[in-house]
Design a protein around this ligand. Structure first.
Ligand SMILES: [Zn+2]
Ligand SMILES: [Zn+2]
Length: 60
C-alpha cells in the first residue's frame, strides 16, 4: 500500500518496509511485536487487522 509505514508496537520505531519491522522485532523484541498505526497510535496484533484499520479509518 502506498504511503503506509510500519511502526513497532513495542518501542514505537518506524519502518518503511514490513521486513525491516519484522527483522527489528526479531532482533530486539524476541519476535514479539505488534503493528503500530503511526497516525493514531493504535496497535494491532497482526498485519491483516492493521491493514483493515488503515483502509477503514484512514483510507490508505
Ligand atoms: Zn521495537
Ligand atoms: Zn490509525
Amino acid at each position: 500500500m502506498f504511503g503506509t509505514k510500519y511502526g513497532c508496537g513495542a518501542c514505537g520505531a518506524i519502518f518503511k518496509d514490513r521486513e525491516d519491522l519484522l527483522k527489528h522485532a526479531q532482533d530486539l523484541h524476541d519476535k514479539k511485536t505488534t503493528y503500530l498505526c503511526i497516525t493514531c497510535d493504535e496497535s494491532f496484533e497482526n498485519e491483516s487487522s492493521f491493514r483493515m484499520h488503515m483502509a477503514r479509518d484512514h483510507r490508505i
